[in-house]
Ligand binder design. Structure first.
Ligand code: ZN
Length: 470
């Protein structure tokens, strides 16, 4: 398996730190609004990479953070006249809804900055003790000159950065490239106690701290959008490697930009789309499919036409699956016939399956992998009819869906109306108890069945009714 490592600027064989295990950290969104299509790309791309590792038999430990304290969150909170936590909680909830609807698996760890302040302060203290950081009037800076390898990820040289910097030299900083680890409290802002006075962490330190806490000092893969290479990921490397005296991540993976109608997406240009907005026009699974139709490192162009084309393509796969299901339900022969056994189709599918894996092994070329799926769809469409046996059809369906599942492109989008919340469940349980008390067993059973349809299982115990998800 080969993957392109931004750090070495070449494709390398994947060698994990521990056998059959992948420790993967992906930078998450800053939660001050609904996630936009630019956030959706790393969500989908790195989820697919995770799924592929799992398909290949690796156990993946996946951490993705939420930046829940930041200027943008504070500004939004001030605009609405609420606490920053209200904004952060709201948009974390919304981001989780979008991620789920995009069929993104839950990360193993999803830490939030505000819950990691103790560890952040500890890492900053270590960096100060080791003379990699210094404090000036309540602000702590990382001393970039203390880390000889600074710039190794982005290929930028410290001297060039200093000359090229148009920012006026901040008098407090030793070097123009030094960055903030801890900033002092401004009037009316959220703050925490620290050895340097009240304040809050700078942005970069959180990912170094969370990666270490949840995955360890050394990890296999660190990923994010290519806009994060400099300075965010460069700074993460400096912090982590100075603190831990070990190489931080073996492989750095970055996804390309999303352009909107061939222009860079920006709020000021007005071509800024949240996933929620797009999902009003096309289903979430089409958004996921669209993202995977391009290679993750290449820029992709988002447009209405591109979405419509993606919808049509995905429908070709779905139609094939529907047709198979229909024929399976109506098949009159159960077992594969001799004639079916002698067909070349399984051999041909297998050959496309091998190509699929080769493409995915080659730096996760989902675009070419999807082409293989379409070839399989073509083979299946030309081989099936009402006379086929159930077993034959079922085997074809299994082949097709197993590859689609590797990419996470065939799934049921949960209707929000259909999903239940805890209060509703409790209410229904109470109603059922009431019905049982009144000996209305029909109603009691109906309530139990309606919950079961939503994946909620009830169990009558001596301590009362307990419920669990299927
Ligand atoms: Zn990060």
């Amino acid at each position: 398996m080969k993957l392109y490592n931004t750090l070495t600027r070449q494709k390398e064989d994947f060698k994990p730190l521990e056998e059959n295990k992948v420790k993967m950290y992906v930078c998450g969104p800053t939660v001050y609004d609904f996630i936009h299509i630019g956030n959706a790309r790393p969500y989908v791309v790195f989820d697919t990479i995770r799924r592929y590792f799992e398909y290949k038999g690796y156990k993946v430990e996946y951490a993705q953070n939420f930046t829940d304290v930041d200027d943008k969150i504070i500004n939004r909170a001030n605009e609405e006249g609420v606490e920053p936590t209200v904004i952060a909680d709201r948009y974390i909830k919304e981001a989780l809804k979008d991620a789920k609807a995009l069929n993104v698996k839950e990360p193993t760890y999803a830490p939030r900055v505000t819950q990691e302040i103790k560890e952040i302060i500890e890492m900053i203290q270590t960096l100060i003790e080791q003379k990699n950081a210094y404090e000036v009037d309540g602000t702590v800076f990382f001393d970039t000159k203390s880390f000889k390898q600074y710039g190794k990820l982005s290929g930028k040289k410290l001297d060039e950065l200093e000359i090229g910097s148009r920012i006026k030299l901040d008098d407090a900083k030793k070097n123009e490239t030094d960055f903030v680890l801890w900033k002092p409290k401004k009037e009316g802002e959220i703050a925490w106690h620290s050895p340097w006075g009240e304040g809050r962490p700078g942005w970069h330190i959180e990912c170094s701290v969370m990666a270490k806490k949840y995955l360890g000092e050394e990890i296999d893969i660190h990923a994010g959008g290519e806009d994060l290479i400099f300075p965010h990921h460069e700074n993460e490397i400096a912090q982590s490697e100075c603190c831990n005296h070990k190489p931080f991540a073996r492989y750095w993976l970055h996804n390309g930009f999303i352009n909107i109608d061939n222009e860079k997406m920006s709020k000021s240009k007005g071509n800024f789309f949240t996933v929620r907005d797009i999902a009003k026009e096309v289903p979430y699974d089409v958004i996921r499919f669209f993202i995977l139709c391009g290679h993750y490192r290449a820029p992709i162009n988002f447009s209405r036409e591109a979405m419509e084309a993606s919808k049509k393509s995905l429908d070709r796969i779905k139609n094939c699956v529907n047709k198979l299901n229909h024929l399976i339900a109506n098949a009159t022969i159960d077992n594969m016939t001799e004639e079916e056994k002698n067909l070349d189709i399984f051999k041909n599918i297998n050959s496309y399956k091998n190509t699929f894996e080769e493409e995915m092994d080659n730096d996760f070329n989902t675009s070419n992998a999807i082409t293989c799926i379409f070839e399989i769809v073509r083979l299946i469409n030309s081989a099936i009819n009402e006379k086929c046996s159930k077993e034959f059809l079922q085997n074809l369906l299994n082949e097709l869906t197993s590859l689609c599942n590797v990419l996470g492109i065939l799934y049921k989008i949960e209707d929000e109306e259909q999903s239940v919340n805890v209060e509703e469940i409790e209410e229904l349980i109470a109603k059922r108890q009431e019905a049982k008390k009144n000996k209305d067993y029909k109603l009691a059973d109906e309530i139990r069945d309606s919950l079961k349809a939503k994946g909620i299982i009830l169990k009558d115990t001596s301590a009362g009714v307990v419920w669990s998800k299927e």
